[in-house]
Write a protein that binds this ligand. Structure first.
Ligand SMILES: Cc1cc2nc3c(=O)[nH]c(=O)nc-3n(C[C@H](O)[C@H](O)[C@H](O)COP(=O)(O)OP(=O)(O)OC[C@H]3O[C@@H](n4cnc5c(N)ncnc54)[C@H](O)[C@@H]3O)c2cc1C
Length: 390
């Protein structure tokens, strides 16, 4: 869309970028995806290779070591990776938006110079720690505390976080942490954010295993015991923490939406190919009307999801209000992903129920999309707030 009206064509730069990401995903990720999923392994090697491809620091300007690309390019990269494997798409999405993004959008010049260059190459990852054992969707009910010690001019942190992506890998460099720093005038917890290098004494990290989806991503539990941080570790202003976390989640919804869209497209690609060679009752599956209808419905929903996601991304790129559209895009793309993974699996029949065929992994990976970075129920509350208060 531009000033003259609607324009649904992608620029030549984005088309070329898509081609190169697609080639990389097919040649480098696809041959490893099943084994990494089965063995629940986070691949340092693939992360490094994705760094060499320029998939980290995509939105970060070159003066901090990033690629300085726009939002549409970033979303296209995530979509193309998810078309082959959601786990590798998640490595890129979480680290670009929530990890490096939180430092880039809210950090001081010193914090950006300090941390960002190491996060734009794939040699270091940064996590975003909001969720606690008793505080998920209701992120304001956070229990982790940060108390200022005025004698040493340090923050003393106590508490724990759970489900924190990429916090227990060898190449984790640190986390953006939300903690309670006091009480607001209306007696609510005052929340603030901190940048925590991973080797800070008092921080213990435990790897979480046994996930049904995103099995080639890393997930950790964090424990803080009298962990001391210098005053300059505060990210943004004291008391601004919840606002920072919500703004980052709003941006993150676009990239999780892109994982949903890519997964849906990937499931469709697999199902179409299978329907074109598998035969039943003397003809190809795709010549049976019931199967053609499945593929038609999948393709139609994918087209609708793509338009919604890229419209929300375009709004974000042009600094226009996009909170409602980003929530709609993430909600809808995750529903379309689950629909396409299920219908794709049905087209594969029994072969959709065995790990030998990637559609089985797509089916499991789709489940994360209605939970991570705002559950579907919470997204409907966000959308409802906009419609009812309009
Ligand atoms: C693989 C993975 C990676 C993750 N990575 C991160 C990460 O990097 N950083 C991070 O901070 N977190 C991360 N999370 C956590 C994730 O963001 C939370 O799981 C999510 O926010 C939901 O919280 P919860 O699981 O505690 O569910 P709860 O908040 O307990 O919700 C349980 C159910 O109740 C519903 N519900 C809750 N409140 C309401 C309401 N008011 N109205 C209606 N329904 C409601 C929810 O929609 C959900 O269906 C990750 C999770 C997973 C699985």
């Amino acid at each position: 869309m531009n000033e003259q009206g609607y324009n649904f064509t992608e620029s030549e730069e984005i088309l070329a970028l898509r081609t190169s990401v697609r080639r990389f995903a097919k040649e480098r990720i696809l041959p490893l995806a099943r084994e990494l999923d089965e063995s629940e392994t986070f691949s340092l090697e693939l992360t490094k290779e994705m760094g060499e491809m320029g998939f980290f620091g995509v939105l970060i300007p070159p003066e901090y070591g990033g690629q300085g690309l726009d939002y549409l390019s970033y979303i296209a990269i995530v979509e193309e990776l998810a078309r082959i494997d959601s786990s590798q798409a998640a490595v890129v999405a979480v680290n670009n938006t929530l990890g490096a993004g939180s430092i880039y959008y809210f950090g001081t010049e010193e914090q950006k110079q300090n941390f960002l260059p190491g996060l734009c190459t794939g040699e270091g990852l940064w996590s975003f720690a909001l969720t606690e054992a008793d505080s998920g969707s209701d992120a304001r009910s956070c229990k982790t505390t940060a108390v200022y010690d005025s004698t040493t001019k340090e923050w003393v942190i106590n508490g724990s976080k759970i489900w924190i992506s990429f916090s227990s890998t060898k190449i984790s460099k640190g986390i953006t942490l939300q903690a309670v720093t006091g009480q607001t005038a209306d007696k609510q917890p005052e929340l603030s954010c901190f940048l925590v290098p991973i080797n800070t004494p008092g921080l213990a990290v435990k790897s979480m295993k046994g996930k049904m989806m995103w099995r080639a991503t890393d997930t950790g539990e964090l424990y803080f015991q009298n962990m001391r941080l210098p005053a300059k570790s505060l990210l943004g202003e004291k008391g601004e923490g919840f606002n920072i976390m919500m703004k980052m989640l709003d941006r993150g919804r676009l990239s999780i939406g892109a994982i949903g869209l890519g997964l849906a497209q990937g499931a469709f690609d697999l199902a179409l190919e299978y329907a074109q060679y598998r035969e039943a009752f003397g003809k190809k599956l795709c010549e049976h009307q019931a199967i053609t209808f499945k593929l038609s419905e999948m393709a139609t929903k994918i087209e609708a999801a793509r338009n919604l996601l890229y419209k929300a991304t375009w709004l974000r790129q042009n600094s226009l209000p996009s909170e409602k559209e980003a929530a709609m895009a993430k909600l809808f793309c995750s529903e379309v992903a689950e629909f396409c993974a299920r219908e794709g699996q049905q087209i594969f029949g029994a072969y959709g129920l065995i790990k030998e065929y990637p559609i089985e992994r797509f089916y499991r990976d789709a489940a994360l999309l209605r939970v991570g970075e705002g559950t579907s129920e919470i997204l409907k509350m966000v959308i409802g707030k906009h419609i009812c208060n309009a």
